[in-house]
Design a binder for this molecule. Structure first.
Ligand code: ZN
Ligand code: FE
Length: 257
């Protein structure tokens, strides 16, 4: 399916705002609502009216704009049932495994507990796009605040199974700091070295580093490369399970400066 415009921008300090606009129907969806004023400015500039918000999780930097946007546009707000009480204005609850259609396009809901317990992602197979919130970032993954490492490991691993040409849209522009950590555990990965250099060039010009394909992430993101012997030997975990490697990576990233 075509005729869908993607408009991404940075708001707050490092959150991505993302608008999807269907040219045929005029419908416009925001993936999360980090900042109402910033989203309104972008909508005004594009001449679009917001009809839908798709929420990934309850954190303030993803829902703070909900009520102001709903007041101005009367948009519907879809989000995870498990976090409905914490998502202002929610009027359609979905859960992992649900499928729905948005303007004739299939949307698959992926259950992604870990960063928060009810976190979900939205996959639009016909658009080759996935909206991962704070579960998977380019070259990194979200912090584990509410769930267990095992939950987060499973949530992140799901993305590896998507078609490789799927574009990953995530919640934050964290790629440059993620790249420094990734290089510390897999410095010999030439794909990663090249991506890190590209990221530095983009950020020096204040440009965004996402979206990025799942294929590119599989080649460079350490959290999707738990089998890598270079990573494993740098962690001293040559014969450990994937979950143990994931947990060690996530814990080291927490304190990495
Ligand atoms: Zn978050
Ligand atoms: Fe966030």
């Amino acid at each position: 399916m075509t005729d869908l415009a993607f408009h991404q921008f940075i708001c707050r300090s490092d959150n991505y705002g993302l608008l999807l606009h269907d040219h045929k129907s005029g419908a416009t969806a925001a993936i999360d609502a980090p900042d109402a004023a910033a989203i309104e400015r972008q909508l005004d500039a594009m001449g679009w009216e917001l009809t839908h918000i798709f929420t990934t999780h309850h954190h303030g930097d993803h829902v703070e704009g909900n009520l102001a946007l709903q007041k101005r546009y009367g948009c519907s707000i879809t989000g995870p049932r498990a976090e409905a009480a914490k998502i202002p204005g929610i009027n359609r609850e979905v859960t992992g495994g649900d499928n729905f259609t948005w303007e004739g396009r299939e949307v698959r809901v992926l259950d992604c507990p870990g960063h928060t317990l009810g976190h979900i992602a939205y996959h639009m197979p016909t658009e080759r796009a996935v909206f991962a919130g704070d579960t998977l970032f380019s070259l990194g993954c979200g912090r584990v605040f509410e769930g267990t490492m095992a939950q987060m490991f499973h949530s992140v691993s799901q993305f590896a199974a998507l078609p490789p040409d799927t574009k990953l849209y995530c919640g934050h522009e964290y790629t440059q700091s993620n790249a420094r950590f990734a290089l510390s555990v897999e410095p010999g990965n030439q794909v990663l070295v090249a991506r890190a250099a590209e990221v530095d060039r983009l950020r020096a010009r204040n440009l965004m580093t996402c979206p990025v394909t799942i294929a590119a992430e599989l080649a460079a993101n350490p959290f999707l490369r738990l089998w890598s012997m270079e990573i494993r030997s740098n962690l001293g975990l040559e014969s450990a399970s994937d979950l143990e490697v994931f947990t060690e990576l996530r814990e080291r990233k927490n304190s990495f400066r």
